[in-house]
Design a protein around this ligand. Structure first.
Ligand code: GLY
Ligand code: MN
Length: 353
């Protein structure tokens, strides 16, 4: 089944009966078209319209050659758009479209009814096809190489920003089209903040280093975290590192088809509880990865879904001690029929450089 049929099927499955489904989420547009096109897509039961402006018309025309019954409409062609939308019952992506944009469309196109939808395309995107998996594999391969490189490059006296810039540049040199998010490079006590913003802190001769980074290949992301040590490690760091590593390995082993994501996060919480450390676990176990760095499914005790073959998720437990240090270890993995496919080869054992 093609992507558009899958989306229409998902609307059906959720009893969302609309004449036109309006796709505004940029990642969803990329998913449908394979291209970065600003504007929106109108999906009818048997017709697709890409509504865009002069900057993307040529790209959109080429996309339409590959999709059945697809046409491009210039966003300035109000009459054509009106013919499709006016007095129609439309579905919107409520989690994406802004109030201002929706009001503007309502005013212009006089809908009969607007139905809010959430995560229709995102649910389809959860399960990756081989072509998508290959792009994620390639992004992870580059990420792996960049980690090996940065361990040799990093030296006391360098700032977090210097290391971050080098890491990001190196991934691009290896063929990444972009970074999947602004890399987190945290030295020393900065590692206790899970989303530290890399700054001017200099690396000491004895320091802990947490790096969380990834890149994109044709829009598809990778996500890796490693924590390593410069010059030595304290007893407490060693103890905490091993607790995090053991539970990371355990959670990864349990990340198989059919398991509920809540159960996975609970395995980690139960282990941290045993060590009286749950309050130092400041985020959930992981998240889906694809065209967005954070996408469905969320691996959280608050989620309720089962892992399925073709999902790509991160497994990233961490423990954080305010003003002291933090340790996180993260892999991106593919859920398969058997054991998960772990997309990084970089060592997770304690490394002192
Ligand atoms: N790797 C960044 C995050 O998952 O939030
Ligand atoms: Mn992550």
């Amino acid at each position: 089944m093609n992507k558009i049929q899958l989306i229409l099927g998902e609307l059906n499955k959720n009893n969302i009966d609309v004449e036109v489904f309006i796709v505004t989420n940029m990642s969803n547009i990329k998913y449908i078209t394979g291209e970065e096109i600003e504007g929106y897509i109108l999906l009818e039961k048997d017709k697709t319209y890409i509504v865009t402006d002069g900057r993307y018309i040529e790209v959109a025309n080429n996309v339409c050659k590959k999709i059945d019954n697809a046409n491009v409409i210039d966003i300035l062609d109000k009459e054509k758009i009106e013919n499709i939308l006016s007095k129609k019952c439309v579905g919107i992506e409520a989690g994406n479209i802004t109030v201002a944009r929706l009001n503007n469309m309502k005013e212009k196109y006089n809908f009969k009814k607007v139905i809010d939808t959430v995560n229709i395309v995102e649910k389809i995107r959860c399960i990756k096809i081989n072509e998508e998996l290959d792009k994620i594999r390639e992004a992870c391969k580059i990420t792996d190489k960049a980690y090996e490189y940065i361990k040799v490059y990093i030296k006391p006296g360098m700032t977090e920003k210097e290391v971050k810039n080098e890491l990001e540049y190196y991934m691009k040199k290896l063929g990444a089209e972009d970074v999947s998010f602004s890399a987190i490079v945290a030295f020393g006590a900065n590692s206790s903040k899970p989303h530290h913003v890399s700054g001017d802190t200099k690396l000491n001769k004895q320091d802990i280093v947490l790096i969380d980074f990834g890149c994109k290949v044709d829009g598809y992301c990778s996500d890796m975290t490693r924590t390593f040590f410069i010059g030595g490690i304290t007893e407490k760091q060693k103890e905490i590192y091993n607790i995090v590593l053991n539970i990371q390995l355990e959670a990864e082993k349990n990340a198989v088809k059919g398991v509920n994501v809540k159960h996975l996060d609970n395995i980690v919480r139960a282990d941290f509880d045993k060590h009286n450390l749950t309050e130092k676990y400041l985020h959930s176990l992981g998240h889906g990865v694809g065209l967005d760095i954070h996408e469905m499914p969320s691996l959280s005790y608050k989620s309720d879904c089962n892992l399925e073959k073709g999902m790509v998720v991160t497994i990233e437990p961490g423990l954080y001690f305010e003003n002291e240090f933090g340790i996180r270890i993260e892999d991106t993995i593919i859920i398969t029929d058997g054991k998960p496919e772990i997309l990084f080869n970089s060592s997770k054992e304690i490394q002192i450089i």
